[in-house]
Ligand binder design. Structure first.
Ligand code: 6PG
Length: 242
């Protein structure tokens, strides 16, 4: 199996693998007296990671060296059940000693086009840049059953190559507006990690990882970190067809 594919027995073990990666990266940055700039995804899978971090990593991760941003946000208020920030606050932020000044939410409750520009400017201000593009140390991604990632959906692959760093997208089924990082800034990150669990992802993952026919239809196929492949942290269920 490719060295960038990491398969764990259970979804909990998979989340722990990512938690350990964050712990090690924060420690490395601490030695350089630098922050660890992470962009988080939403959805359900990250809850596994956030709950584990809140329960077992409060004292083992150097939280004051971590700065949190978001990969995408649903255009809803932070108190809405579908808010990625709201989910992250409930499962992680309220349980760990991270300072508010190190948390940079996408504002889901203001005009999406206005917020996409504001957030792009925030990233340019708050992150170091490489090749003129703001650079994250680590981007944590999930993947939908349809191979979408961030809020880049199969019916709008242009967001992978957009000149904008942050764009407005629309969920193809719910028509819910989203604000999302685009392919350019995601692929500029030092490290990109997919946290993917569950059998429902297995078919698409096989096509993406093995570059099988139709892989080009899936946004997750176009994601890498700099010039190296993204890392896939998978439980056995998600990896069952690899
Ligand atoms: C979002 C996420 C999205 C998510 C996938 C997988 O805002 O929903 O950024 O890209 O990672 O939809 O979601 P699950 O983890 O719920 O399967």
């Amino acid at each position: 199996m490719n060295s960038n594919v990491h398969i764990f027995e259970t979804n909990q073990d998979t989340a722990r693998g990512v938690a350990e990666l964050i712990r090690v990266k924060a420690k490395e940055k601490n030695k350089l007296s630098l922050p660890l700039n992470i962009a988080l995804s939403g959805g359900n899978t990250p809850k596994l990671l956030f709950n584990l971090l809140a329960k077992e990593y409060v004292d083992t991760i150097l939280w004051h060296f971590i700065r949190l941003f978001w990969v995408d946000e649903r255009c809803v208020p932070p108190t809405h059940i579908e808010s990625n920030y709201g989910m992250t606050y409930e499962h992680l932020l309220k349980n760990v000693p991270i300072h508010d000044s190190n948390v940079f939410p996408i504002q889901g409750d203001i005009d999406p086009a206005t917020e996409s520009v504001r957030y792009q400017n925030t990233l340019k201000l708050e992150l170091p840049s490489r090749n003129g593009i703001p650079k994250f140390d680590l981007i944590l991604l999930g993947m939908g059953d349809d191979g979408h990632t961030a809020s880049i959906f199969p019916n709008d692959l242009s967001l992978l190559h957009s000149d904008q760093l942050v764009a407005v997208s629309v969920h193809p089924e719910s028509n819910q507006k989203r604000i999302t990082l685009t392919g350019q800034i995601i692929n500029e990150a030092d490290d990109v990690v997919f946290l993917i669990t569950g059998a429902s992802k297995a078919d698409v993952l096989k096509k993406i990882i093995h570059r099988e026919p139709s892989f080009e239809n899936y946004p997750a196929s176009y994601i890498h970190a700099q010039s190296v492949p993204a890392h896939f942290y998978l439980d056995k269920a998600a990896a069952e067809k690899l």
